[in-house]
Design a protein around this ligand. Structure first.
Ligand code: PRP
Ligand code: URA
Length: 216
């Protein structure tokens, strides 16, 4: 068991899908090399994104099959996927594989190595976000500083339906998002034990960006 550092209920969706859990344990493994790490990040992101858009509205449509008309449902929601640079880049292609019409924004945030406080160095978002579903992809939710900043940037740009997809969360990060942005839903396969003195998640998987790109 871990101590819950946040109140209940909190809009956190714990994704227990076996494919996600299988990929997660391999991501955690310190012997996993960057080439395999990238494939696993893609695979787990597919599952998480699938869950994050489970409740999206669809529109009734009719098409002609080669034999006769058929009724069905099309996904017409405007979706914007927003990777938080740099580690979120390892998740964005999976979301675009599921949702090829999604628009893409980018937010660049970098944690200071001493203080773990994130500062923004880049932001480029598509226009007219007020009726969009914005999916932030950032694999690690540690102190929550980066996620809170990214959500704030999106809200200032007009986004109202904001969902955060991450691969490992710490209770502290969940609590920070809940306190600053209680309406934001978080999708994660794991809430770990906590943070170490350097604000890395325990047990976590280390520095996601470094392991993704081999910059350790
Ligand atoms: C990592 C990670 C998150 C952030 C999480 O990024 O990808 O964005 O830390 O930590 P927090 O919840 O305490 O803010 P980092 O700043 O190391 O940059 P990188 O993606 O360029 O490696
Ligand atoms: N960023 C990472 O990549 N890993 C952590 O454990 C915390 C922040």
């Amino acid at each position: 068991m871990f101590a819950l550092a946040y109140s209940v209920p909190v809009p956190v969706h714990l994704i227990r899908h076996p494919v996600a859990q299988d990929a997660l344990v391999a991501l955690r493994d310190r012997t996993t090399r960057p080439s395999h790490f990238r494939r696993l990040a893609h695979r787990i992101s597919l599952v998480l994104a699938m869950e994050a858009v489970r409740e999206l509205p669809t529109t009734a449509v009719r098409v002609d099959t080669p034999l006769e008309p058929a009724d069905g449902y099309a996904l017409t929601a405007d979706i914007v996927v927003v990777p938080v640079l740099r580690a979120g880049l390892g998740m964005v292609e999976a979301v675009l594989e599921l949702l090829p019409h999604a628009r893409v924004g980018h937010i660049g945030l970098q944690r200071d190595e001493q203080t773990a406080i994130a500062s923004q160095y880049y932001a480029k978002l598509p226009p007219d976000l007020s009726r969009s579903t914005a999916l932030i992809v950032d694999p690690m939710l540690a102190t929550g500083g980066s996620a809170v900043s990214a959500i704030t940037v999106l809200q200032r740009a007009g986004a109202q339906d904001i969902r955060l997809i991450c691969i490992v969360a710490a209770p502290e990060g969940v609590a920070a998002v809940e306190a600053a942005h209680p309406g934001v839903h978080v999708f994660t396969p794991a809430i770990d034990r906590g943070l170490n003195a350097h604000r890395f998640i325990l047990p976590g998987l280390g520095d996601f960006g470094d392991r993704l790109y081999g910059t350790v």
